[in-house]
Design a protein around this ligand. Structure first.
Ligand code: 13P
Length: 339
């Protein structure tokens, strides 16, 4: 499949992406911190629960996985990638080797793993992975993000995007402006505008084909510790405004990260954008936490809990699929809980 066909398929109307690329050490730490017993097979059990949830493909177009997950066989012996493809979803890869501190900065970060990436991407394409995702994380604070961190991350994201396209893999570029802090929504808007502007400049310099690229973006939000929290409509308005200024219409779609928002807010805000605005790109989701928080709490690494955890995952995926069409309502949440 051509990269722009992959990008367009990922943002098929009413569908979004499930980000499942939490690396296994982080996953195990999370389970332990929740008091959930961890065994050797926990990572495979969880990945299988997510990837093979019956009916997931009705609202999920693609799944972002780690290198380890991409090489896993399910309990039946077949590779998880093959089973994802059989179910009509596109498997994608997070090829980063983790965040490292940017030398000379005040603790700002950049993703690592560029060495050998060309060869790894060629192998991923061979394995059947259709897209990649690479994240940059910007913390708003006194003096941050710095011009240096924004430029360095924009260059790395653009380099990964160009290498992905060379391998026939559609890149998702993820410049996340994090919600942690006491900044107001105006500051988040200004930082997001700056970051997006520099990111697209770098994509242009790296000759990235925008028609074959998706953006994974953060919403324009009040910081989580800001005394005045912008409401759903204000978030939708400011987010659409910054995208209209800085994201070319050639991009087929923008998929959001949830970034620590509640499940409810991640859905309601996405819905408000699609319900109230005419937009040149598809706006959908690429959530990890806002899809998996509830299923994980139910699952607790017990086989008997898998069907209930999958039902919870399916519910969140459906709600977000409807939000991608602007057709979600609060009543639909209630009906599902009652049924
Ligand atoms: P969250 O939706 O939890 O922010 O994760 C998104 C992500 O980037 C993982 O790939």
């Amino acid at each position: 499949m051509k990269i722009n066909d992959i990008a367009n398929q990922l943002v098929t109307a009413g569908k979004g992406i499930m980000a499942a690329d939490r690396p296994s050490p982080a996953f195990h730490n999370l389970l332990r911190s929740e008091g959930i017993a961890v065994d050797e097979d926990a990572y495979r059990n969880w990945s299988e629960l997510l990837f093979l949830a019956p009916g997931l493909n009705e609202s999920v177009s693609g799944i972002i996985m780690t290198d380890e997950q991409a090489r896993l066989a399910g309990s039946g012996g077949d590779s998880l990638i093959e089973q994802v493809i059989e179910r009509g979803m596109i498997p994608g890869i997070s090829p980063s080797k983790g965040m490292v501190t940017l030398a000379g900065s005040a603790g700002e970060t950049v993703g690592s793993g560029l060495d050998g990436l060309r060869e790894r991407l060629a192998e991923y394409a061979e394995m059947g992975l259709g897209f990649s995702k690479w994240r940059a994380a910007f913390q708003i604070g006194p003096g941050t993000p710095s011009y240096y961190a924004i430029e360095a991350n924009a260059y790395v994201m653009a380099q990964v995007a160009a290498l992905s396209q060379e391998a026939g893999i559609a890149p998702i570029v993820e410049p996340e402006v994090m919600l942690w802090g006491d900044h107001n929504i105006e500051r988040c808007f200004a930082v997001t505008e700056w970051v997006l502007s520099r990111t697209f400049e770098a994509l242009y310099l790296h000759r990235v084909d925008l028609e074959g690229t998706l953006v994974k973006a953060s919403m324009v939000l009040s910081g989580n510790e800001c005394a005045e929290q912008a409401d759903v409509d204000a978030v939708a308005e400011q987010t659409v405004k910054v995208f209209r200024r800085q994201i070319p219409a050639a991009i087929p779609g923008i998929v959001f990260l949830s970034g620590g928002q509640s499940d409810y807010h991640a859905t309601a805000r996405l819905n408000a954008m699609n319900a109230n605005y005419e937009l040149p790109w598809k706006l959908s989701f690429s959530y990890a936490r806002a899809l998996q928080r509830e299923p994980m709490a139910i699952w607790r690494n017990r086989a008997a809990n898998v069907p209930a955890a999958q039902a919870a995952l399916l519910h969140r995926a459906r709600m977000n699929g409807l939000a991608a069409l602007g057709l979600w309502t609060e009543e639909l949440e209630g009906e599902a809980v009652a049924s």
